[in-house]
Design a protein around this ligand. Structure first.
Ligand SMILES: Nc1ncnc2c1ncn2[C@@H]1O[C@H](COP(=O)(O)OP(=O)(O)O)[C@@H](O)[C@H]1O
Ligand SMILES: N[C@@H](CCC(=O)OP(=O)(O)O)C(=O)O
Length: 258
């Protein structure tokens, strides 16, 4: 049986630090997935709806007003999926869209329905791409991060591994953007031991930063899902992390799944 892998890719990685979605980033993801599909069933959790919309329209006040952000997300989501579809198709990969909110994870019926949909999509060889349903829920666009959402998805489908693709190699003993001598932590088994390492710098994008990744790790560790933070700026980052060819942070759980 194939293992289950969730890949979370955020706005900063998708835009490669610019204000446009990078086709090269989506291509690199697709190329890796072609290889990964031999051993893994895959779910992508992708942000980027608002960033995609910005290439077409700027609804006034969208940086501050939540309803403007929601409208931007609604416009950008279809275009983001078009981008994924166009690029993934050239690699022979099929995609499907799933939009969820936190509330869905509190409802056993919704959990069961989501699980059934994902399993059926895998059976017919489609890759589910999840984002938050920003129309009905505003937690993520207020806090600006899909890390926790991806941990919840990983938990309900009993994933073997969640990979958070970030703009950094992993968690360091200090924020490396502020301290040049910061050292990467390769393995975390106890979250308490790393709490003091988080040192958010002021972010204009208002993202969840490292704190939301720790929160995601907490959900994963409680539910025996291994979680990695991997640097999306490195070539072939998932394949190389799997072969231990690049530095990254691994949040270990005690229970190893078959
Ligand atoms: N101890 C730490 N180790 C690594 N990064 C840290 C640490 N403390 C704070 N950070 C910040 O967290 C950022 C990564 O989170 P985030 O910007 O949300 O990434 P992404 O957009 O890829 O999800 C880093 O770029 C860094 O500025
Ligand atoms: N759901 C929204 C916002 C989510 C968001 O910004 O998350 P992230 O890129 O992980 O910080 C979107 O797709 O634009």
């Amino acid at each position: 049986m194939k293992k289950k892998l969730i890949i979370k890719i955020g706005t900063s990685t998708l835009t490669a630090g610019t204000n446009r979605i990078s086709f090269a980033v989506i291509e690199s993801l697709a190329r890796q997935i072609v290889e990964l599909k031999k051993d893994y069933e895959i779910v992508i959790v992708s942000s980027g709806a608002i960033a995609t919309a910005r290439q077409f329209v700027e609804i006034s006040g969208y940086q501050k007003r939540v309803d403007s952000k929601q409208a931007m997300a609604a416009i950008g989501q279809t275009k983001l999926m078009e981008l994924y579809d166009g690029i993934f198709r050239t690699f022979g990969l099929n995609i499907a869209q799933i939009l969820l909110t936190y509330r869905d994870f509190e409802n056993p019926v919704a959990i069961e329905n989501t699980r059934n949909t994902i399993n059926r999509l895998w059976q017919v060889d489609y890759i589910p791409i999840v984002n938050e349903n920003d129309t009905v829920s505003i937690e993520e666009i207020m806090l600006g991060d899909n890390d926790k959402l991806s941990a919840l998805v990983a938990t309900i489908i009993d994933a073997n591994l969640l990979v958070l693709v970030s703009d950094i190699d992993g968690i360091f003993n200090q924020n490396p953007h502020l301290h040049s001598d910061a050292k990467l932590i390769a393995e975390v088994t106890d979250l308490e031991s790393i709490m003091n390492f988080i040192e958010e710098k002021e972010s204009t994008l208002g993202t969840g930063g490292m704190s939301s990744k720790i929160h995601a790790a907490e959900i994963c560790m409680t539910n025996s899902v291994e979680m990695w933070i991997v640097n999306g700026q490195r070539a072939n980052y998932i394949i190389k992390a799997l072969h231990n060819e690049i530095p990254f942070t691994r949040f270990k759980t005690e229970k190893v799944k078959k």
